[in-house]
Ligand binder design. Structure first.
Ligand SMILES: *Cc1c(COP(=O)(O)O)cnc(C)c1O
Length: 383
């Protein structure tokens, strides 16, 4: 084995989640797979190819570099949409390769128009609207101006979609804000249509909105976290379970993060383990060293807090998590030997280390923990 740890990604779990998500949608509503943040830590290339084999043919990324990576593995097989950052120099590449992108300012629209005229090929754009999140998006006062610019250069643009993003659909606290945003969105869409713009795809919903606001589904939904097997928030999960007759979680996690036992040591009672004095053996112990540390995203705040799985038992982290090594107590676990598989995240036997528990102990959000899984840990597809 060449890597100190690796991540397995389950094909059957993804296929299951995609069909669950599609079952929430009206027939005809398109599903776009959001793979920003290195596919929420699952790996743009690995996840993209896998999702394509599960029938996904539309992907939304944050930036041009992610679009580029996906395009390398799926040339012309799927639609790729950049929802965020694209540089002026990258516009020509995007247009030439039929990569779609958001336009959230008049500047960007003008730059896209220039690039399209140079290439003599229309830019496939989505007008992203500011509706109340106050992050990115065309302001209401810019919407008519954008429409005029587009209509003046019909050969430079194809308006594929009009989008917006909700400021917190995962919590009912934001209900008024979200519904006001949707209303604002429809008003702006009406303005664009009255101006004479042809729009193919209206899209607003993220995972939480798919579950909590069916009226936001429209022509397409952009789903990230749910396809990876996680709920946007505990509230969204409880809300769904309250309406379901089946008591089991319909989503399945794709990721298992694994390593192995690198070294075993008997530690006499009274000794301190690792750097400093944060852990002292109160009795004789057997301690396993695992070749994973904070350099690979195993948070230092899991020192003396986290747990891993060895031989289908939970083994607590003892001492401080180091850059490349952590130690776990395997004293009570029968038969532990060198090279035994260690699960840092995911399932072994009947035990689980959930992202939620891991995230809570390291005070990170699901989203944050996943996207921080380093790119240099290899990802393997398993069934
Ligand atoms: C991240 C993101 C999504 C997907 O959000 P999830 O909560 O992961 O489903 C959708 N749209 C935009 C604009 C995003 O940035």
């Amino acid at each position: 084995m060449f890597y100190s740890s690796f991540i397995e990604i389950s094909r059957s779990a993804l296929a299951h989640n995609v069909s669950f998500i599609k079952a929430q949608l009206r027939p005809g509503t398109r599903f776009s797979s959001v793979i920003k943040g290195n596919a929420y830590g699952h790996g743009v290339e690995e996840f993209g190819e896998l999702a394509y084999t599960c029938g996904v043919d539309h992907f939304s990324v944050f930036s041009a570099d992610e679009a580029y990576r996906l395009h390398q593995v799926l040339p012309h097989k799927a639609t790729i949409l950049i929802m965020g950052y694209i540089d002026d120099e990258e516009l020509a590449w995007a247009i030439a390769n039929d990569i779609e992108f958001y336009v959230f300012s008049i500047d960007r629209l003008e730059a896209a128009g220039r690039a399209a005229r140079r290439l003599q090929k229309p830019a496939r754009i989505h007008l992203d609207l500011e509706t109340g999140m106050n992050r990115l998006g065309l302001e209401t006062r810019e919407v008519e101006r954008a429409a005029d610019l587009i209509l003046k250069q019909p050969d430079a643009f194809e308006v594929v979609g009009v989008s917006t993003h909700f400021a917190g659909a995962e919590s009912s606290e934001n209900h008024d804000r979200v519904t006001a945003q949707l209303k604002q969105y429809h008003l702006a869409v009406r303005t664009l249509k009255q101006k004479g713009l042809q729009i193919k795809t209206l899209h607003t919903a993220c995972s939480a909105a798919v579950m909590a606001y069916p009226e936001t589904h429209l022509d397409m939904v952009r789903v990230g976290i749910m396809q990876y097997g996680f709920w946007s928030s505990p509230e969204i999960y409880q809300r769904y379970m309250g309406t379901s007759t089946d008591r089991t979680d319909p989503l399945r996690r794709l990721i298992n993060w694994k390593s192995h036992v690198m070294s075993l040591k008997h530690i006499p009672a009274g000794e301190f383990i690792g750097y400093g004095k944060s852990f002292q053996a109160s009795s004789d112990m057997l301690v396993a060293a695992i070749p994973v540390g904070y350099a690979w995203g195993y948070s230092r705040s899991l020192s003396n807090q986290g747990e891993v799985l060895v031989r289908s038992h939970r083994a607590p982290v003892v001492g401080i998590v180091n850059m490349n090594v952590l130690m776990v107590d395997v004293t009570g676990i029968p038969g532990v030997t060198l090279k035994d598989e260690v699960v840092l995240l995911g399932k072994q036997g009947n035990e689980h280390i959930t992202v939620a528990s891991f995230a809570e102990l390291s005070t990170q959000l699901n989203y944050e923990l996943l996207t921080r899984l380093p790119m240099n840990i290899p990802r393997y597809i398993v069934d």
